[in-house]
Design a protein around this ligand. Structure first.
Ligand code: SF4
Length: 202
């Protein structure tokens, strides 16, 4: 099973297939893998298995190590932190988290202080300019409450993590909403990144 895979000169981590959303544009609905043949896990790897896999790479040689994969990494929040601590113990390579921003809802606490010293960058999927629209396209298990919780997570994360980015997928929201997303990001002192929509090869 694929636990780590290279994307450019970064090393991506695939630690779970669980997610608290079911986004209509999710790459998982398009293909079994993206930058790797198959990112569906037979089972979730243990922290030790993830660290063993990481140990087989020259981690100093990568630009970034990224928690991403075919699922929401914070569904394994404590395990993710344990892996971060391992990475920090063996390399100075920056660590990024790509997330839907639901960690506080998943864990039932403000998780952001625990990100301090572990992550250099957090990229959070904003996806929409309102809670209603977010729920319409992301189908969160938390309902419309997921949107405000994600924004609270983003604002709090900014206190503990050097770089926090909100992202939207190009082509999935109207241009007028893009302007609203820019305002949502800038009013919180966050960057907005517009990601490309990943379409299945025809
Ligand atoms: S949050 Fe990410 S992994 Fe989860 S369904 Fe949406 S795009 Fe897919």
């Amino acid at each position: 099973m694929t636990i780590t895979y290279p994307v450019g000169n970064s090393l991506y981590l695939n630690i779970t297939n669980r997610c608290t959303n079911a986004c209509e544009f999710c790459v998982r609905t398009q293909s079994d893998g993206y930058y790797a043949d198959n990112l569906w896990l037979e089972r979730e790897p243990t922290v030790q298995e993830i660290c063993n896999d990481l140990a087989s790479h020259n981690l100093d040689g990568y630009d970034e190590i990224v928690f991403c994969g075919y699922g929401e990494p914070t569904c394994r929040f404590d395990d993710m932190l344990a892996v971060c601590d391992y990475i920090r113990s063996v390399t100075k390579t920056p660590i990024r988290l790509n997330t839907n921003g639901h960690a506080d809802l998943i864990c039932g606490r403000d998780t952001t202080p625990e990100l301090q010293g572990r992550f250099d960058t957090i990229s959070i999927s904003l996806n929409a300019a309102s809670a209603e629209e977010y729920q319409r396209i992301c189908h969160s298990v938390y309902g419309e409450a997921a949107y405000d919780a994600m924004l609270t997570f983003a604002a709090n994360a900014k206190k503990y993590v050097p770089r926090v980015i909100l992202s939207v997928v190009h082509g999935t929201i109207p241009d007028a909403d893009l302007d609203l997303c820019r305002e949502i990001a800038s009013s919180r002192g966050l960057e907005l990144r517009i990601r490309d929509y990943i379409r299945k090869e025809q």
